[in-house]
Design a protein around this ligand. Sequence first.
Ligand code: FMN
Length: 182
Amino acid sequence: MKTFILNGSPRYHGNTADLLDHFISYLSEEYKLIRVYDSNLMPCMDCRYCQTHDGCAIPDEMKFYYRDVIEADNIVLASPLYFDELTGALLNFCSRFQYFYQRRATSSLYQGKKKKGFLLLTGGGSSSSVHHAEETAKLIFSMLHAELVGTAYSLSTDTLPAKEDAFALESVKALALEANKD
Ligand SMILES: Cc1cc2nc3c(=O)[nH]c(=O)nc-3n(C[C@H](O)[C@H](O)[C@H](O)COP(=O)(O)O)c2cc1C
């Protein structure tokens, strides 16, 4: 049971990282966690190379992440809400999954087995909504042959830090236990 996790927050010890720590503490099998702000990957340039080649024209470590995605059972997207969306850095990273979008037409082998998708979100203000971020995450998951299983969120971090948000922590735990199931 492999879980591939992307953290879209720039903050090492922020609210999103706290939710992820909690999620990971309940995982029973191996996982890989990527902080997208630490990766110096270029976003997709829409060069269309992957329409005719098996790979991306940009020569960087994304090729290893493609392999991780193919082998994963679970995909986790974790992000603060920025303008009610996933962060731009996370979207830039995920734009490189265009490779899978192109490959999907030719072979399901490129996406591996059907995967579970999990979404963890944090937001500072009480008027925030997860709707836009959730719809975007569903699009990303569909490129990766994953389906959104559930979203856990802590949406008042300005006044209640995620690590003290009992409801959020309980939801995160429930998702992790779901990720452990076959
Ligand atoms: C540029 C920017 C845009 C933001 N937009 C929103 C927003 O639309 N809704 C919201 O609830 N919080 C918004 N926030 C607040 C963050 O989502 C919130 O502080 C979050 O908990 C930070 O997570 P982190 O500590 O993991 O980085 C925004 C913060 C920044 C820096």
